[in-house]
Unconditional design. Structure first.
Length: 591
């Protein structure tokens, strides 16, 4: 092989690895986090977990990605170690699909049907379709499908280039002598493990092995140990992912390692033991790409079937390696934010869902916080006032954690829809946090009244009761629409915000009249005005949340123009809703 052959080999390898990465990324984006959510929810029994792990890995074409994802699940408390073991086993089976796809490069024959199934025939067509979809697609789904086709075409082109570059080496005795060294099982395992550990993908390392097989220098006896090593080497990705994670995640990575080591040892003992007694006739036969795919599949299916009944043993082995310690007994509140795991950043759809789940909790807390604050206005207790402050601190923590995570996520290559979702969540959690701030403001104003022994007149109490009911209603509408992403519910928020604006002005005007008649003090009037202002600001934040949700459905909607359009009286339905709500929250006539 001359220098140009070496350059072709290096270029082919680069294209192969890049194509695999692009195809995997496209499949991940197309799934939109759905596969991860399926894994999270449907792992109630080991067999189902194995099937799910195999299915998800077959779709995203990476057992390493599935395993890293599972490490993240266990680290965040979404999944128990026992559930994760089944998925890890299934991931090893699912990854064999890639090797079967790559084996298509070894198809031989001159008939039209055979040529049709050769990658060199259909890859250019997929590349053409892919580039058309990628460059002209107006939605993310088409672009993602285009990316998958392009990745597959580049992958296959790289595979063909590697195979073509190494084929002449079949006639080079020095090269074939080097490969025959792998007949030593221990050396074969070490080489396979090192290659996979370096490139972080068993699918890719098996593909390289399949490309080298065109030299005719590999036999069943030399390939089997290498494939065993490749399965052990793929554990490096999970082990690296577990660095810095909690002990549960580290145990998950060790389970992956133990599963592959034990499986490799059992398989090699059975194979070489039987070979020593029976003397398999195929041991010294040359293998091609399809035979390598077959060995890869047989090993992983064999290992899964053998070890599936011993999931509890693997779990105990992991706990023996990393025993339970006192620092693992964290409170539920501390563990709640573990779902914001950096491992999920590579699967934006799922990461956004974790943020949304926490944001939903935050929304409920914000609503409860302000309702408690309003309750202190009529029935003040020190305990409830302290609860409001504690809730506000908790909500601040939610806002900090979620916003930092979403900011990290926004630096990744997100699709248009994911970018919109991240932007919406960032806006909404800011409004939710501000609602809790206004709750503390209200409590502080009530505490001032308690300290100075100030009391609203009966008329002022009645008016503030109506005002409070309206604010509770808008809070409920906004939070419900946010949690359920309900556009119809969100559309009912703005009419109520209009009514609350009117209520705010009326309550303040009426109090000024009582002040002029000497029925109220200036000090009490200022407190009432501040409370009313906080109520009105809360309704503004509810309006902001609702508009953000409406914009998800109508991406061309501009918030200010939308609100101005409604308030100009050009929307009949809006005006009718305002009339109904004005009747519901009308103040009694002044005497």
């Amino acid at each position: 092989m001359d220098i140009f052959g070496i350059l072709t080999l290096i270029g082919g390898l680069a294209l192969f690895l890049y194509g695999m990465s692009v195809m995997g990324a496209g499949l991940e984006k197309l799934s939109g986090g759905k596969l991860e959510m399926i894994l999270e929810r449907l792992t109630s029994n080991p067999v189902k977990a194995v099937l799910l792990g195999a299915g998800v890995t077959a779709v995203i074409q990476s057992s390493s990605a599935t395993t890293v994802m599972v490490v993240g699940f266990v680290n965040s408390g979404i999944m128990k170690l026992y559930q994760a073991i089944g998925i890890i086993m299934g991931a090893n089976v699912g990854t064999t699909v890639t090797s079967w796809i790559l084996s298509l490069t070894g198809i031989q024959g001159e008939s039209f049907i055979v040529k049709l199934f050769k990658p060199s025939s259909f890859s250019p067509v997929l590349a053409l379709i892919g580039i058309i979809l990628y460059m002209t697609g107006k939605n993310n789904r088409k672009k993602d499908i285009g990316e998958i086709f392009l990745g597959f075409a580049v992958l296959m082109f790289g595979m063909e280039s590697m195979s073509g570059a190494v084929k002449p080496l079949a006639d080079v005795p020095e090269f074939t002598n080097i490969l025959t060294m792998f007949r030593n099982p221990i050396l074969g395992v070490i080489v396979g493990a090192l290659l996979t550990a370096i490139i972080q993908s068993s699918s890719a390392s098996v593909g390289i092995l399949q490309a080298l097989s065109v030299t005719g220098a590999f036999t069943y006896g030399s390939v089997i140990p290498i494939i065993m090593g490749q399965n052990i080497g793929t554990c490096v990705t999970a082990m690296l992912s577990a660095l810095g994670a909690n002990k549960s995640a580290k145990r998950t990575a060790f389970v992956h390692l133990y599963f592959n080591i034990i499986g490799a040892v059992i398989f090699m003992v059975v194979y070489f033991g039987l070979n020593a007694v029976i003397h398999f006739g195929f041991t010294n036969d040359t293998v091609g790409a399809a035979q390598i795919a077959l060995i890869h599949s047989v090993f992983n299916i064999f290992t899964t079937l053998i070890l599936l009944p011993f999931i509890k043993v693997l779990e105990k082995l992991a706990y023996l390696t990393i025993p339970v310690s006192e620092d693992e007994k964290e409170s539920k509140e501390d563990r709640e934010f573990l779902v914001l795991d950096n491992r999920f950043l590579n699967t934006p759809g799922f990461a956004i869902e974790q943020c949304r789940s926490l944001a939903n909790n935050m929304a409920e807390l914000s609503k409860d916080c302000f309702l408690k604050a309003m309750h202190t206005l009529t029935e003040y207790t020190q305990e409830e006032a302290e609860e409001v402050v504690a809730l506000e601190n908790r909500i601040d923590l939610y806002e900090d954690k979620i916003s930092v995570y979403l900011t990290k996520l926004s630096s990744y290559n997100l699709g248009y829809q994911d970018s919109q979702n991240v932007s919406t969540l960032l806006h909404c959690i800011t409004d939710l946090e501000r609602i809790s701030d206004h709750a503390v403001n209200v409590v502080e104003l009530v505490q001032e009244m308690v300290r100075k022994d100030l009391h609203f007149s009966k008329k002022a109490q009645e008016e503030m009761k109506v005002y409070s009911d309206a604010v509770e209603d808008i809070l409920t509408r906004a939070v419900d629409s946010f949690i359920h992403t309900d556009e119809k519910r969100a559309l009912t928020v703005e009419p109520l915000e209009e009514v609350i604006d009117s209520l705010n002005k009326s309550v303040k005007k009426r109090h000024i009249k009582r002040l002029r008649k000497g029925k109220c003090t200036i000090e009490l009037g200022l407190i009432l005005s501040d409370i009313a202002t906080n109520y009105e600001r809360v309704s503004d934040h509810c309006s902001n949340i609702a508009v953000c949700l409406i914009q998800i459905q109508d991406t061309e909607l501009e918030a200010h123009s939308y609100v101005n359009h409604l308030k100009e009286g050009e929307d009949v339905i809006f005006e009718r809703q305002v009339e109904i709500l004005q009747e519901k929250y009308s103040l009694s006539k002044e005497k």
